[in-house]
Design a protein around this ligand. Structure first.
Ligand code: PRP
Length: 222
């Protein structure tokens, strides 16, 4: 039951390829954001929806979890990669939306000999996932030095900045185009519906009904 006194709930959606994949799911939920929400040339960041008790904010995919963890958004759509990287305890991820499937992988230059060059005791890893990469190599007792980049890490090995990269791989074409090969999968990734735990406690009916709308939209697609 919506309380007309309550401010609208905020749903955080990621920019980019997940937003495109989300379009049919959103249509099936019946939550219609203003048309320019799905048009990335629009500079607006916050959008009303067909439901006056729900607004959408459009943010970087890497920031969705942070918006939701800090309560800026009550609910959001976020890659499992981002959840793994930040590991926020304030978030609950009730639904796997099954979109945006890809993997987090370790890749290195094709036909590379010994990965660790002579005279160096630490493996240099270029990645936008410092926590995931650190955990992964620590679990293999590999001493890793993280080179934190926000994009184009496929360039790093050829430019002698790193020995390997840890990045998202979907079709593998970015790796191939840059002379790299995948050597290990760290995790399989899909997008999740995430919820701020405090919001779920304070507005359980509204958030519960939103989760159910997403669940029903997935059931229709199955
Ligand atoms: C991701 C990832 C790779 C690429 C992999 O980047 O970082 O660069 O996609 O996809 P592929 O295996 O199909 O080639 P994205 O395009 O999402 O941009 P980003 O670098 O801004 O994250």
């Amino acid at each position: 039951m919506t309380n007309p006194e309550s401010p609208p709930l905020i749903l955080a959606l990621p920019k980019g390829r997940i937003l495109k994949a989300l379009r049919p799911v959103l249509e099936r939920t019946g939550l219609e954001p203003a048309p320019d929400c799905l048009d990335e040339s629009s500079r607006r960041l916050r959008f009303p929806t067909s439901d006056p008790s729900l607004d959408v904010v459009r943010v970087r995919s890497f920031d969705v979890a942070t918006f939701a963890a800090y309560g800026g958004a009550d609910i959001g759509v976020c890659g499992a990669d981002v959840l793994m990287e930040f590991d926020y305890s304030d978030l609950y991820a009730p639904l796997d939306l099954g979109i945006g499937a890809c993997r987090i992988a370790v890749a290195r230059p094709k036909n590379a000999g010994d990965v660790l060059p002579e005279g160096r005791s630490r493996l240099r890893v270029a990645t936008k996932y410092p926590a995931i990469a650190r955990r992964h190599f620590a679990s293999r007792a590999v001493n890793a030095e993280i080179v934190h980049l926000h994009g184009a890490m496929e360039l790093a090995p050829a430019l002698d900045m790193a020995d390997v990269i840890v990045d998202l791989v979907d079709t593998g074409s970015t790796l191939r185009a840059n002379g790299l090969e995948e050597v290990e999968t760290i995790a399989h990734v899909t997008s999740r519906l995430i919820v701020n735990r405090v919001a779920l406690k304070t507005r359980p009916e509204e958030i519960g009904s939103l989760i159910e709308r997403f669940r029903a939209a997935l059931a229709v697609a199955a």
